[in-house]
Design a binder for this molecule. Structure first.
Ligand code: SAH
Length: 435
């Protein structure tokens, strides 16, 4: 057994024996610890030479000369690629009562101390160094990597047990649309550190169930037309919780900055000096069409796309059907939006898809044209949340070719169902396509 210790090397002399690539990571760690590094080696690799040229280390360009090289050193780091030299350096250090370590990858049999494998975990409350000690270096490396992965994927509860003395923090986390597994790793990691989670209606709510019971979840879910919690009240809530010293995750659907009022929430927090991090999310504007098999751009079909709210009057958009228009919040005014695009020059046969509850088990796709989509949507009773895609790319949906595309009276509605498998979940995602 060994005793793990942390050495304060600030301003203290450390001698490194060897100058090849294996010593480079250790030399960088020594410099980060502000040690005074003297390196003895007849030749050095480029990285070490660069440090010597910049005077960040001292380099003695010769063979190791014995105990005299180690005088005044607090620590000796050995890794010369020559077993005789390494053994001599370890033995001399022991004679001088100076600890010696072998750089990873070289024999440590005669060393008197062991370097741990380390990883630095960043938490909202600061960095934490995790060090792993084992005589089996590969095992130490594997364990260290496993710990790092565990911390990074948010599987660990990193919340503070008591409120912070000063101001807390706010993270505006984009949760992606529909399913709960489009949340980013960064988002998960922050959720694991939050004291309070303020959740939207369209946020991936399934993740809330896995939070520790002590995390306070505040639901500010909004139904369209029924703004249960006004935006100003949400801003005030974030500010108040963070000023009370808490870590706050504002969990939103899609991306915080795509028609998500993330900018307003950030400014409100910053006005009170609260540190804010914005974590991008997968936006429904791109992911929900994709879930229906529609790429928003496609070579030779569409070179760009416009995302716009369908909640208000539409702004001018390129009239060509090779430019994709994506409407969010577009159900209520679908007829008026279609009429506006027709009036602005889009042809009546321009394909349109309405994807409701994208990436949820009951996702439904309704396809039509600018001329008839409003009628088709009314017949099947299209409801929020839904993404409307307008442009030639809709023809790339797997369902497009299998339906009749003449404009028909709305009452001759026909419904079709298609489904495709989700290999990760082993469940079936169904989509009814109606015309
Ligand atoms: N910031 C979000 C959008 C918020 S506006 C994002 O980047 O995705 C809310 C609108 O997003 C809804 O009216 C709907 O148009 C769309 N939306 C969000 N999730 C959806 C889903 N699972 N299926 C279909 N549309 C969705």
């Amino acid at each position: 057994m060994t005793l793990p210790v942390g050495l304060d090397l600030d301003g203290r002399r450390v001698v490194v024996v060897g100058g090849g690539p294996t010593v480079v990571p250790v030399v960088h760690d020594l410099l980060a610890a502000r040690a005074l590094v003297d390196l003895v080696a007849p030749w050095v690799c480029e990285d070490v030479a660069a440090l010597a040229v910049r005077d960040e280390i001292g380099w003695h360009g010769r063979e190791y000369a014995g105990c005299t090289d180690l005088l005044d050193a607090w620590l000796v780091v050995v890794g010369s690629d020559d077993v005789t030299t390494d053994t001599a350096a370890h033995t001399d250090a022991e004679r001088l009562r100076t600890w010696s370590v072998a750089v990873p990858g070289t024999s440590s049999d005669t060393a008197t101390a062991r370097l741990p494998r380390t990883t630095v975990a960043t938490t909202p409350d600061g960095a934490v160094t995790v060090a792993t000690h084992s005589p089996d270096d590969l095992l130490a490396l594997d364990v260290t990597r496993a710990v790092a992965l565990h911390l990074e994927t948010g599987g660990v509860d990193l919340r503070r047990r008591s409120p912070r003395p000063g101001t807390g923090w706010v993270a505006l986390v984009g949760g992606g649309p529909g399913t709960d597994d489009l949340l980013t790793t960064r988002g998960r990691r922050l959720l694991a550190a939050a004291d309070v989670v303020v959740a939207d209606r369209l946020a991936p709510r399934a993740v809330l169930a896995h939070l520790p019971a002590t995390v306070r979840v505040i639901d500010v879910g909004k139904e369209p037309g029924r703004h249960t919690v006004p935006q100003e009240a949400v801003n005030d809530l974030l500010v108040a919780e963070a000023l009370a010293g808490r870590g706050v995750v504002r969990l939103k659907g899609g991306d915080p900055y795509v028609l998500g009022r993330g900018g307003e929430e950030r400014l409100a927090c910053e006005a009170h000096g609260i540190p804010v991090e914005v974590v991008p999310g997968v936006t429904s504007a791109v992911a929900v069409p994709a879930a229906a098999g529609i790429p928003v751009t496609h070579r030779g079909v569409a070179r760009g796309f416009t995302v716009v709210t369908g909640h208000d009057e539409l702004p001018a958009v390129p009239p060509g059907t090779d430019h994709t228009v994506v409407l969010l919040m577009g159900v209520g005014r679908l007829a008026r939006s279609a009429a506006a695009l027709l009036a602005a020059g889009r042809p009546a046969d321009c394909p349109v898809a309405v994807i409701e509850r994208g990436l949820l088990p009951d996702q439904r796709v309704t396809v039509g044209t600018l001329g008839d989509i409003a009628a088709a949507a009314a017949v099947v009773g299209v409801a929020n949340p839904a993404v409307v895609v307008i442009g030639d790319v809709v023809r790339l949906a797997p369902d497009w070719d299998t339906i009749v595309h003449e404009v028909e009276p709305a009452h001759s509605e026909r419904a079709r169902s298609t489904s495709w498998s989700d290999p990760l979940r082993g469940r079936w995602v169904g989509a009814a396509v109606s015309r």
